[in-house]
Design a protein around this ligand. Structure first.
Ligand SMILES: [Zn+2]
Ligand SMILES: [Zn+2]
Length: 177
C-alpha cells in the first residue's frame, strides 16, 4: 500500500505503541491504523497507564487524503479544542491516518485509549458546544471586566444552590429604581 501523503513510498508494518502494530511511511513517519486492531489493543491496556513522552514535532496534514486501501477520500476529525490537529478517517475501511507525532499528542492529552470515540457524533458535537461555551465566557469577561470574578463566583454559587430558580425569578422581577 502506498503512503497517502508521499508519492512512491510504501507503508510498512511498524510498532506504533507497545503491542500495537500499524503501517508506517519511512518518509513522513505517518501511520495508517486499523480501528479494529486498535480496539483489540485497547482491551489489553490498563486504564490510565500513561507515560507521557517528551514533546516531539507534530505534523498536521491540511490537504485532503485518499485512503491507501480503497482510494476514497478520508474525513478529517478534530481531536480536541486544545489542539488544531485532526485525524483522517476512512469510514469505509475504518482506517485512521495518524500524522507523525500525533500518537504522542494523543498520549499527552490522555486520549490514546479513546481514539474511536473521537469519530463519534457525540465527541464532535461536544467540541462545538465547548467552543460556544468558551466564546460566551470570553464575551461576558470582556463585558464585565474586573467585575467578572464576582459574577463568575456568583454563578458557581447559584448553580449549586437548591433554590436557584427562586433567586433567578427574584432577580428578574425586582424592578430597578
Ligand atoms: Zn509518507
Ligand atoms: Zn478506505
Amino acid at each position: 500500500m502506498n503512503c497517502p501523503k508521499c508519492e512512491g513510498y510504501y507503508l510498512k508494518p511498524q510498532k506504533l505503541d507497545n503491542g500495537l502494530m500499524a503501517l508506517s511511511c519511512d518518509n513522513c513517519r505517518g501511520t495508517l491504523l486499523s480501528i479494529v486492531q486498535f480496539i483489540q489493543w485497547r482491551a489489553t491496556q490498563k486504564i490510565s497507564d500513561n507515560i507521557v513522552n517528551a514533546i516531539c514535532e507534530i505534523d498536521e496534514t491540511s490537504q485532503l487524503l485518499y485512503c491507501p486501501k480503497c482510494s476514497g477520500f478520508m474525513t478529517k476529525y478534530r481531536i480536541s479544542n486544545h489542539t488544531h490537529n485532526r485525524l483522517d478517517l476512512c469510514y469505509r475501511c475504518y482506517e485512521v491516518w495518524i500524522d507523525s507525532g500525533e500518537w504522542q499528542l494523543l498520549r499527552q492529552l490522555d486520549l490514546q485509549q479513546q481514539l474511536d470515540d473521537i469519530f463519534s457524533d457525540r465527541w464532535q458535537n461536544n467540541l462545538v458546544v465547548n467552543i460556544i461555551d468558551e466564546k460566551i465566557e470570553k464575551r461576558v469577561k470582556n463585558l464585565f471586566g474586573d467585575e467578572f470574578s464576582k459574577i463568575s463566583a456568583f454563578k458557581v454559587w447559584l448553580d449549586s444552590y437548591e433554590k436557584k430558580n427562586v433567586v433567578i425569578e427574584y432577580l428578574k422581577k425586582r424592578k430597578s429604581k
